[in-house]
Write a protein that binds this ligand. Structure first.
Ligand SMILES: CC(C)(COP(=O)(O)OP(=O)(O)OC[C@H]1O[C@@H](n2cnc3c(N)ncnc32)[C@H](O)[C@@H]1OP(=O)(O)O)[C@@H](O)C(=O)NCCC(=O)NCCS
Length: 179
């Protein structure tokens, strides 16, 4: 497990899947805002690639996020679109509703940066989020991510086009909070 100051990132366990599906993917609004595609219901037992416990692809590493104190599951984190030629990847994060606003998102981004830069030797990490997602923007910027642009009307979300913000962080700019 990779630990931050509040949360740890560990492998996806089979028992995490039902909780994450119910709290993150069954919720139409949350799912529509966090995913780049349309919400659709996921039948229990389906091997949804966003949730499966196995590391299915080289370009994607799924983590479950847990509280360091007690090990309670608080959400999911993903390093995705890993490009080993250009040495870059994207970060994705989703926390259970009851676990938001406690600093876990900021800490999870810090741990994902450590995984991307230190463990994987990447050069650049990228985040795309809706321009009204204040908590995600702050979680990224607290870790040194820089706003690089606005993708105007790039996301169709629940009946309207919304802007996305593109944020990037280079390895040379990253200031690790722990070794
Ligand atoms: C986005 C998300 C991962 C952020 O994690 P979090 O644990 O809630 O965020 P934190 O508690 O670390 O807060 C980070 C900052 O945002 C602020 N913040 C938190 N919730 C906020 C809210 N609802 N509105 C405005 N600001 C908020 C905090 O005050 C903090 O600011 P600070 O750095 O100035 O102290 C989490 O809220 C989440 O899972 N949301 C739903 C899914 C989602 O949007 N995923 C991202 C898709 S790209």
């Amino acid at each position: 497990m990779l630990s931050g100051s509040k949360v740890g990132l560990r492998a996806r366990h089979e028992e995490d899947v039902a909780v994450l599906r119910t709290e993150l993917f069954d919720d139409v609004v949350n799912s529509s805002r966090a995913e780049g595609g349309p919400w659709r219901p996921i039948p229990p037992g389906t091997k949804d690639p966003r949730l499966v416990a196995e590391d299915v692809e080289d370009q994607r590493v799924p983590f479950s996020v847990v509280e360091l104190a007690g090990g309670t599951l608080v959400g999911m984190a993903t390093l995705w679109g890993i490009d080993t030629h250009n040495r870059c990847a994207h970060i994705g994060l989703g926390l259970r509703p009851s676990c938001r606003g406690k600093g876990y998102g900021t800490d999870a981004v810090a741990v994902l940066c450590r995984y991307g830069f230190t463990v994987r030797g990447l050069h650049r990490l990228q985040i795309e989020t809706l321009s009204d997602n204040a908590a995600m923007l702050a979680s990224a910027e607290r870790n040194g991510f820089v706003r690089e642009g606005v993708l105007r009307s790039s996301a169709w979300v629940m009946g309207e086009f919304l802007d996305e913000v593109l944020l990037g962080l280079l390895a040379a700019e990253w200031k690790p909070t722990r070794p």
